[in-house]
Write a protein that binds this ligand. Sequence first.
Ligand SMILES: C[S@@+](CC[C@H](N)C(=O)[O-])C[C@H]1O[C@@H](n2cnc3c(N)ncnc32)[C@H](O)[C@@H]1O
Length: 323
Amino acid sequence: MQHHSILCSQLLSKDFIFAAVRRCFAKEPFKAPNSRRNRTETRVSMEKGGLDSAGREFKNAEEMWREQVGDDHSKKTEWYRQGVGYWEGVEASTNGVLGGYAQVNEPDIMGSEAFLKQLLSERFPDSANGQRHLVVLDCGSGIGRVSKNLLIRYFNEVDLLEPVSHFLETARESLAPENHMVSETHKATNFFCVPLQEFTPEAGRYDIIWVQWCIGHLTDEDFVSFFKRAKVGLKPGGLFVLKENIARSGFVLDTEDRSVTRSDLYFKELFRQCGLHLYISKDQKGLPEELFAVKMYALTTELPKKVHRTRSKVQANRPGVIK
Ligand SMILES: C[S@@+](CC[C@H](N)C(=O)[O-])C[C@H]1O[C@@H](n2cnc3c(N)ncnc32)[C@H](O)[C@@H]1O
């Protein structure tokens, strides 16, 4: 059985959604997410309309958030209760946390590994010879799928944060020393059973804070407030990695698991509000065609110094031709 989730709920209604998106934005042709836009255009992205999983249209994100959480504390509590409540009813397995798409695990881990290797070699070159003690926080870790299959191999310490206790207990068991997942130098240290909107990390503990397939559960306000608070948890030069589903335009609200899939421009506007800078981003390849596109973003608290080599720079380094 396929679970309704971040991954597949929108999948089930994708054809409908895209038809509706086309209907919704018929007057505005779809533009590639990486097309050049200025800041004003980016801000306008939050003004774009969106849909919910039942096909209801919203004028803009503000209208959707006003309706979903309003200013009323109890409505917001209910939003988060339903989000966590949804996952409490899901089996603690790879298939469960991937919405019935266990086959996504392999390409996901491969894509993340290539991204992580690039980040480690560029940002922490001293980690290659074991000179740096690497620590990561896996946010919304679920059963510890990403920690177990990827992070524990590269980081000396992995902390996991997950509000659903049966997921976190499964993670704790699979990362236990008796399951040979850890060694003296690579181990899972802390298991925090709290939601992101209530968490503040220990100051200066992490090289990377990894946030995958869970930020859609946070309202825009809590998204911004989480990243602003979590900056203190990074070591100097540390990074956030955000890996998420991407809506083609505006947003898609899932009314069953209380999550929002945002567009690339929507995310970029939130990064700006958090005071975060995009270091690099990559598209995840090899996922089933019917699923949402997935992007990985590496974000820094300081303006990135490294300028990634551009075509013009490559050409500028070529020997001159005397004509
Ligand atoms: C699609 S699963 C992804 C799990 C894991 N990141 C992975 O990639 O395997 C979404 C996870 O987000 C968690 N989650 C839901 N609401 C959350 C919140 N407010 N804060 C942190 N995590 C949350 C769920 O419990 C679930 O484990």
